[in-house]
Design a protein around this ligand. Structure first.
Ligand code: INI
Length: 168
């Protein structure tokens, strides 16, 4: 049977021991964003990542800039970040410029990863309405609470951080 979504990893590929991870999140749509940050953070912790920094910015448009600055600054320290997760929620209808922000944010986040060499996870929900956004953060108000995508982003951060480390 077809199962939608990513096939989860298990075993050592999900072992985050010794990794340092940055979470940058927006204050736009904060109730939903907080659930996603918690999903990401608890997944990292459950998989033995003990060094996690959490920084907030106003909106999704600011995520790439902040991630790039913080990743670059960490390279001057004894422990550079091994991965970053950018988290935000864009809801169509809340703004006329939804499409522009989605485009700029997704391209920006991809570029930060490629330019810095630090894997950056795209933790931005782009939703048609509030209901979809709540469900994708695991806080749906209908019969199903949905699935918290922060869990997937935490796992992706560990997988990609480990990939980065084995290539060096
Ligand atoms: N930022 C978001 O993170 N989510 C949104 O839904 C949103 N809407 O709807 O406008 C949003 N806008 C703000 C934008 O990201 C910037 O913070 C702002 O334009 C200042 O640069």
């Amino acid at each position: 049977m077809f199962e939608k979504g990513v096939v989860p990893l298990s075993g050592d590929r999900l072992n985050g021991k010794g990794l340092r991870v940055l979470i940058v999140h927006t204050r736009w749509n904060l109730e939903i964003v907080q659930a996603l940050v918690e999903g990401t953070r608890s997944t990292l912790e459950q998989n033995h990542v003990s060094d996690i920094d959490v920084v907030d910015v106003p909106g999704a448009f600011e995520l790439p800039f902040a991630a790039k600055r913080l990743i670059e600054a960490s390279k001057q320290s004894a422990r550079p970040y091994d991965a970053a997760v950018c988290i935000g929620v864009l809801i169509k209808g809340s703004t006329m410029h939804f499409e522009y922000i989605c485009e700029a944010t997704s391209q920006g986040i991809m570029n930060v990863g490629l330019q810095t060499g630090c894997p950056v996870i795209f933790g931005v929900l782009t939703c048609l309405n509030d209901e979809q956004a709540h469900e994708r953060a695991g806080i749906g108000r209908g019969s199903s609470k949905g699935h918290n995508h922060g869990i997937d982003w935490g796992q992706a951060a560990i997988e990609m951080a480990r990939l980065g480390k084995t290539q060096n």
